[in-house]
Design a protein around this ligand. Sequence first.
Ligand SMILES: Nc1ncnc2c1ncn2[C@@H]1O[C@H](COP(=O)(O)OP(=O)(O)O)[C@@H](O)[C@H]1O
Ligand SMILES: [Mg+2]
Length: 138
Amino acid sequence: MIVVTHSEAETEALGQRLAQCLHAGTVVALFGDLGAGKTAFTRGLARGLQVEEPVSSPTFTIVNEYPGHPALFHFDLYRLKNAEELYDIGWEDYLNRDGICVTEWSENAREALPEDAVRVSITRVDDQTRQIEVEGML
Ligand SMILES: Nc1ncnc2c1ncn2[C@@H]1O[C@H](COP(=O)(O)OP(=O)(O)O)[C@@H](O)[C@H]1O
Ligand SMILES: [Mg+2]
């Protein structure tokens, strides 16, 4: 599926919509450059999971956890050197915790992504326009 959005709000709305189609244990792997809209998409996803806390990039902590329905585990892999480091912080435990794992900068840990991860690739077209490709939705 390819969707073109024309504002941050539209990208959030897409994330919110996709949240309805996810079940606990799913990994949503986000791909795209700085400023593509990965965090915006994640905010929408969080809204769709009824997360009440504000969502921001966990750049310094690698992962933020938000209670929701189900819980959201928001990873930012920007500073990761390899997939090994992700396992070091307990990636496999997160995968087994019946939440939704969303990963920004998935490029940095491709080997750690499960086969059945939903892949979301965001490309900047111009200032307000983003092309968003969603692969692997059931
Ligand atoms: N269609 C769009 N979708 C998402 N963000 C957009 C869009 N158009 C403009 N933007 C802007 O792009 C930036 C996206 O930031 P952010 O979500 O933090 O990106 P990332 O997490 O990928 O680095 C925000 O400043 C946002 O306002
Ligand atoms: Mg971000």
